[in-house]
Ligand binder design. Structure first.
Ligand code: NAD
Length: 365
């Protein structure tokens, strides 16, 4: 659908945000991209948009409420997608207060600015305005184990699942979700909360499990797997997540929650083995039996959640969306993207704190 409406995206220089920005521009929307450019923000991910007059990049912190109010008044968006966040669980263990600052206070700041703006709109525009808060399945805590130490058959988070966040990252996102619901209820503000599973795809910062494994394998370095590698994560290709977010803005009911997932839950070890087998095929190493030989089990993360899995049925029934990408093909395409784009990741690795300090990565956002 072509549209000339304006959309404001926060965190649009990050992993998911860069895909969302590109898709919205392709749909003909004018785009205001507000990003603080933390270590995770990367304008190289948007390099192909240089010169696109519909893309307005604003280097700003969502915690600056006054600036957010003036941006909203200046650009008059119909939709706001809020993705800006500190997003890495391991960093939240080291520096939890920066997560509270951006994820909790930053969300409150943007919510209040958006409410002030929304209340000034004429009736028809108030009706069509949507604030989409992009959150995670980690707010629900961890699924349990069956008697064999495996994930229980069929168990998954659903819209009625209770909040039980267990890491500083998850708690900060849960707090933000509660703020959004309070603004819904108190001011009838038309916000929607989305809780998505683990994303993968191009442009993901190389502290997350898939890019870490690919880039370390390419350099012949150990592939770190936390604990016994039996933690279960539910994976979705980032383009499917972005399509769901846009469908929710178009068709979702204000003040509702939508769970997003692609029904592909596997253990971290299974995922790392699959990456190794793709790489054995795509970039075979002449002097090694196989990349799986590089797998190294490392000390588990403190408080590491055992399993997340989402049942997206209700979302699929309510909005016209289904994940389109088959996991193994999307994973192979993602691996090939990293192999084909060394200039994107080399600059990051040269100054990367997490990888050089710990050599650890996480499957969790
Ligand atoms: P990311 O870390 O790649 O990107 C975050 C972006 O936010 C960066 O560009 C960063 O510069 C920007 N940012 C951080 N603090 C800011 C601030 N105070 N003001 C303005 N911009 C700021 O994260 P991502 O993986 O793209 O995740 C985006 C959103 O989706 C996050 O809210 C995350 O919680 C949520 N989410 C992610 C996943 C996943 O698997 N990656 C899954 C579910 C939900």
């Amino acid at each position: 659908m072509q549209s000339t409406s304006t959309t404001l995206v926060t965190g649009g220089a990050g992993f998911i945000g860069s895909h969302l920005v590109r898709t919205l521009l392709q749909q003909g929307r004018r785009l205001v991209n507000v990003d603080k450019l933390t270590y995770a923000g990367n304008l190289h991910s948007l390099a192909d948009l240089a010169g696109n007059s519909q893309h307005h990049f604003v280097h700003a912190d969502v915690c600056n409420t006054e600036l957010m109010v003036s941006l909203l008044q200046q650009y008059q968006p119909e939709w706001v997608f809020h993705l800006a966040a500190e997003s890495h669980v391991d960093r939240s263990i080291d520096r939890p207060l920066s997560f509270v600052q951006t994820n909790v206070l930053g969300t409150a700041s943007l919510l209040q600015a958006s409410l002030d703006y929304w209340q000034t709109l004429p009736f028809a525009q108030r009706q069509s305005f949507r604030f989409i808060h992009v959150s995670t399945d980690e707010v629900f805590g961890s699924l349990g184990k069956d008697g064999n130490g495996d994930i229980r058959v069929g168990e998954a988070f659903g819209p009625a699942s209770c909040y039980a966040p267990r890491s500083p990252y998850a708690a900060s996102k849960a707090s933000a979700d509660h703020l959004v619901r309070a603004w819904n209820n108190t001011y009838q503000f038309p916000a929607i909360v989305t809780n998505c599973t683990n994303n993968f795809g191009p442009n993901q910062f190389p502290e997350k499990l898939i890019p870490v494994v690919v880039l370390r394998a390419l350099r012949g370095e150990p592939l770190p797997v936390y604990g016994d590698g039996k933690q279960v994560r539910d994976w979705i290709f980032v383009v499917d997540h972005v399509d769901a977010l846009i469908s929710i803005a178009e068709q979702g009911r204000p003040q509702q929650t939508y769970l997003i997932g692609a029904r592909h839950a596997i253990t971290n070890l299974q995922l790392v083995m699959e990456i190794c087998s793709v790489m054995d095929r795509v970039v075979p190493h002449p002097s090694r039996g196989g990349y799986a030989e590089l797998i190294t089990f490392v000390q588990d993360r403190p408080g590491h959640d055992f399993a997340y899995r989402v049942d997206p049925s209700q979302t699929e029934q309510e909005i016209d969306w289904r994940p389109k990408f088959e996991f193994s093909q999307a994973l192979e395409n993602t691996i090939r993207w990293y192999i084909d784009h060394p200039s994107w990741w080399q600059a990051i690795l040269d100054g990367s704190y997490t990888i050089q300090r710990q050599g650890l990565a996480s499957s969790d956002p």
